[in-house]
Design a protein around this ligand. Sequence first.
Ligand code: ADP
Length: 667
Amino acid sequence: MLATQITALESASSPRWARLRRTLWLLPLLAALVFVAGVMAWAYRADRAEREDRRATLIADALSSEAQLRDRLGVEMAHLRDLAQQLPALAPTSAGLSASPQVVEGLRGLWLSLTWLDANNRIIAHVPESAIPGQDGTGERADVPGLSAHLTQAAGTQRLVLRYSPALLLRRGIPWWLTRKYDVQLIDSNEEVIASLDQTPPRSESRGRESYMVLVGSNMPGAFLALSLREVPPPFWRTLPLVLIAGFLGLMLAATLLLRRQVARISRAENAWRTEAAWRQAMEDSALVGLRARDAEGRILYVNRTFCHMVGLPADQLVGLQPPMPYWPPDALNEVMLRNKRNLEGKAPRDGYEALWCHQDGRRLNVMVFESPLIDAQGRQTGWMGSIIDITARKQLEERERHQAEAMAHQARLTTLGEVASSLAHQLNQPLTVIMGYNAGLQRMLLDAGYDNQAVLHALSQQGEQAAEAGRIVRRIREFLTRRAPQREACGLGAVAHRAAALLQRDLRAARVQIDWALAPALPPVFADPILMEQVLINLIRNAVDAMVGSAPDQSTAGGRIRVTAQPDGERFVRMDVEDTGPGLEGRTVEALSAPFYSTKSDGMGMGLAICRSIIEVHHGGMDAGSSSLRGARFSFTLPVFDTALHASHEASLADEDARANLEMEL
Ligand code: ADP
């Protein structure tokens, strides 16, 4: 399950995908930017359209205002023309002029004053009378601000000059609502303001305000009507929606930064998790321990690679399986089921248990299983995690060691028997030879005396033959048991001693005895039979262990040290010492200790040292014993160094020995 997740993750984490994922946090910001750009474009277009509309309205308003002014002046002009026609009927005095209802009407309206001039431009009449031009002008209308303008109408040789206020013209001629929207001014061609409608100050600076000028017309030559927007609308990017959008963009930016930090944190955590998972996987795969997770019902949840190798099945075939498992031995299913039930109940031994499993190829394997609770993230136990160690090789090694030890013991028994037989043969040979001598002498004496009791003679001859047969039997047994003629060759004593110690490893471990090696470097090989030498060393090391264990008050915690030393002894011999920390020899000589059947052990046979000594002597060496610097016993032997001359003479002596043995057999 874990492995599948990791594989899925690995496939998803290709470099391209990873790079894309690292920049994903930018996506909302990019989308927001695109959205804002769209809104800006829309706002810009709307603003432009609005400006154009505003300009068109301004132009239309200016033109219509100009038309109204022009009409108004046209009306005034028409009144003046009517008055001019009526002049002959009027009294040529100011009173006469002011009697005219048109004059009264006019003065109530735009007119400031009306002057009647003769052909020489002398004033005939002037209304209102108080406002005579050239005087102090106190008769001017108080409600009229600013400059004045003239309209002139000829009446024959005489002229009527009408003074009116352009400011009043503007105030009366321009609708009030336009004045709220625009600054309305009359200006001359030098851009001097003639009249202006600006009761309230404009809401924005004149610079940048939109305006339009139009020529007023013939009744007011050279004058322009100028309309300027009182308010400059803010640029489209300073409108509320766009300010809100900018705020939104700021928030978006902040959110993106937070998102980025979060993504970086998640990505770091993810990387750490992935590295950890990869390490764990690598560790699990490289571990020599098989791992198996099971739920409370015993269903397999997870196995590692080592486990798969152990049982020869792939993970996908194992995960999900419920007992009985395919790797359980079919001939012991009931027993394994019971054990499995015990394990699932949490009663598995804490220090593990041994089990026998079957590989898919039919091979059996010995495993050691350690069960421990499987705890989930919430701390609940969801099953069992088993660690499995394949101990097949160890078991086989133990089995081999056991066989070897048995074989060694058997060999030792045979050697002992051979030696016993040899001793017996040696000791029985003499009485048998004497019996045979007496028997032969007796027969000869009887024959010489003419004794002819055939039955007695036959019995005597049978007796002699049986004695000879007894001698032959003893020799044959000896031959059978000991006739392994030493196979002498160049033999490294160090290697032989190490082999012997390895064979005794169990005994050494059990007795907590440690061996110190002091083998001289470049030790020359000796001329000896390695197998017999191994027996000698096994005997000596075992005797040392026995002595140390036997002298310890508590045999289970005996302990001790053995020192094996090997060094050249002169040029022609190598000497080996086996010393121990046991009780020592208490003055006993090697001859006494190696006497056949001498033993101080309750179960000892007393042949070990005898055999050692005879083996060493067969090899033309010598054996010695004494006390050690370790305060225990020391057993030493010397053996000749291997050389070719020695080898040749040995071959020759072998031939002699064979001949002697044959002779003995014949005897
Ligand atoms: P066995 O081991 O059957 O007794 P051995 O011939 O090997 O026969 O040994 C003869 C005796 O020599 C032992 O019983 C023991 O008393 C003595 N002996 C041998 N090795 C040692 C030793 N390292 N320390 C003390 N005594 C020893």
